[in-house]
Design a protein around this ligand. Structure first.
Ligand code: SF4
Length: 117
């Protein structure tokens, strides 16, 4: 069975939008409840190496659902389009949530809501 994964993307960790939360603790909260099969923090998914990361990760169809918490979900779809296409990953399996300017707790709740559908 395919896996569910969560990526946390943080604009290199330098953007003020991510300064109110502890991104490690956001990931840990989701891990502790075993809501997904894997979690990773990536500094910049919309950069060239982010494309490579995504297409490598998604290649081979082992991920059923990919959750990405970071910037605006509509922007995510546009920015990850090429990587998803090269991996043969159906974009409808990408679920994004905007966690900018949230606290740790707010981000955790937003991600939980996303995963619950
Ligand atoms: S994908 Fe979004 S959250 Fe990630 S670095 Fe790019 S703009 Fe920032």
């Amino acid at each position: 069975m395919g896996k569910k994964g969560l990526l946390l993307c943080v604009c290199q960790g330098t953007c003020p939008s991510f300064q109110q939360m502890n991104i490690f603790e956001v990931g840990n909260a989701i891990r502790r409840e075993k809501l997904v099969d894997y979690i990773a923090i990536h500094p910049q998914l919309c950069a060239t190496d982010g494309d490579t990361f995504l297409s490598t990760l998604l290649h081979g169809n082992s991920t059923d659902e990919l959750y990405v918490a970071g910037c605006d979900p509509t922007m995510q779809v546009k920015m990850y389009r090429d990587a998803m296409a090269s991996a043969g990953f159906d974009p409808s399996r990408l679920k994004g949530v905007d966690i900018r300017n949230m606290t740790t707790d707010q981000a955790v709740q937003a991600i939980k809501k996303l995963i619950a559908g």
